[in-house]
Design a protein around this ligand. Structure first.
Ligand SMILES: *Cc1c(COP(=O)(O)O)cnc(C)c1O
Length: 361
């Protein structure tokens, strides 16, 4: 069986270092927001060539706190892509903002810059872009729109650790880059964790307060904040894995190149462009008979996933919000996309086997 993902196998190369770092955190007696968090924050800021990094409890919180930091009037509008993991939209709703969905490009699966302007109103305050599947959005036109309409820019980088656009890291184009370290992500912890990268000193200070009940001095609260702190154990694990993030990404890129070069043209493959350094958090293809293909692969002992089976506007929890709107491109992607095995533990041989079976479909 070729699994889609296996977190125990994925983490095997790190076992010994994880165990010894766990022992040292255990002995230290300091478990939340300590030296390990500070160390990881410094390392992750430097990895991304950003000035600051603030560790938080999850990717969802990283986006939520980023929006909250601006203190926009309730009911302000925030532009988000219509095809994203639901967390991006939930973060907008949790901060009492109105999500305005903009369709993606059918080629890159990322928000289509040409479609954003028509959705900007005098209530629009920010754009939250998502670098989906590990490919950066087309940042130049998006930044031009932010400048023209004075909008804040937040990047959801939950799938794009290490991805770049014109040699600049995702997460460093806007005011905030919001990262998730959910165990399956390219940089994954052994539990929930997240971080925000930021180049502005004042905004960084606000996030540091927001994550800790609005306080940066014990028992003195400047803001009505959240409890969204990164713990020492996860931070220590993340420092260990960060040293090998480039190796993880290049392994995934190598596996992706096998798919790109060998899958027959019946399958619509991800686009490749030299301005973009893609890290393939997910390697997806599209096919009209997606469900039959998934079934066929399973019969041949190959597991796949769908990211995502239901578009956000069709989710039970959200559909009333978007009921009179149409998102045909997003729905087409949701109906045809299939994610192929591309984990750090998969071998080139595994991927060659997937290609061989797929090409007989
Ligand atoms: C995983 C993910 C999130 C949420 O991260 P959590 O750490 O699970 O809260 C947000 N956005 C995208 C695009 C994701 O893939």
């Amino acid at each position: 069986m070729i699994e889609y993902e296996n977190l125990a196998s994925l983490n095997e190369p790190f076992h010994e270092e994880y165990i010894s770092s766990f022992k040292s955190v255990l002995k230290s007696g300091w478990y939340i927001l300590g030296e390990n968090v500070k160390k990881f924050e410094t390392e992750f800021a430097s990895y991304n060539k950003a000035s600051n990094c603030i560790g938080v409890a999850s990717g969802l919180d990283a986006i939520t706190l980023s929006i909250a930091a601006f203190n926009f009037e309730a009911g302000s509008e925030i532009i988000v892509p219509s095809n994203t993991y639901v967390a991006t939209i939930i973060s907008v709703l949790q901060t009492n903002m109105i999500p305005v969905l903009v369709e993606p490009s059918l080629e890159t699966y990322n928000i289509d810059p040409a479609k954003i302007e028509a959705s900007i109103t005098n209530k629009t305050k920010a754009i939250v872009v998502v670098h989906l599947y590990g490919k950066s959005c087309d940042m130049e036109p998006i930044m031009a729109l932010c400048k023209k309409y004075d909008l804040k820019l937040i990047e959801d980088c939950a799938q794009s650790h290490g991805a770049t656009y014109k040699n600049k890291h995702t997460g460093t184009f806007g005011e905030f880059g919001a990262f998730s370290f959910y165990p399956t992500k390219n940089l994954g912890a052994l539990g929930d964790a997240g971080a925000i990268v930021c180049n502005d000193t004042d905004l960084t200070k606000t996030i540091r307060r927001l994550r800790n009940y609005g306080s940066d001095k014990k028992y003195y609260n400047e803001l009505i904040g959240y409890n969204s702190r990164l713990d020492e154990v996860q931070a220590a694990f993340l420092s260990i894995k960060l040293k090998r993030l480039d190796e993880i990404n290049s392994h995934k890129r190598k596996l992706a190149s096998i798919y790109l070069n060998n899958l027959k043209t019946d399958f619509i493959k991800p686009v490749v462009d030299s301005d973009y350094f893609d890290v393939y958090h997910i390697f997806n293809i599209r096919h009209l008979k997606r469900d039959a293909l998934k079934e066929y692969l399973l019969e041949n002992n190959i597991k796949t996933e769908i990211h995502y089976p239901v578009s956000p506007n069709n989710q039970v929890a959200l559909k009333d919000l978007f009921k009179n709107q149409q998102f045909p491109i997003s729905e087409e992607i949701h109906n045809t996309t299939l994610s192929l095995p591309i984990s750090f533990f998969h071998t080139e041989h595994d991927v060659q086997r997937v290609v061989e079976v797929m090409n007989k479909f």
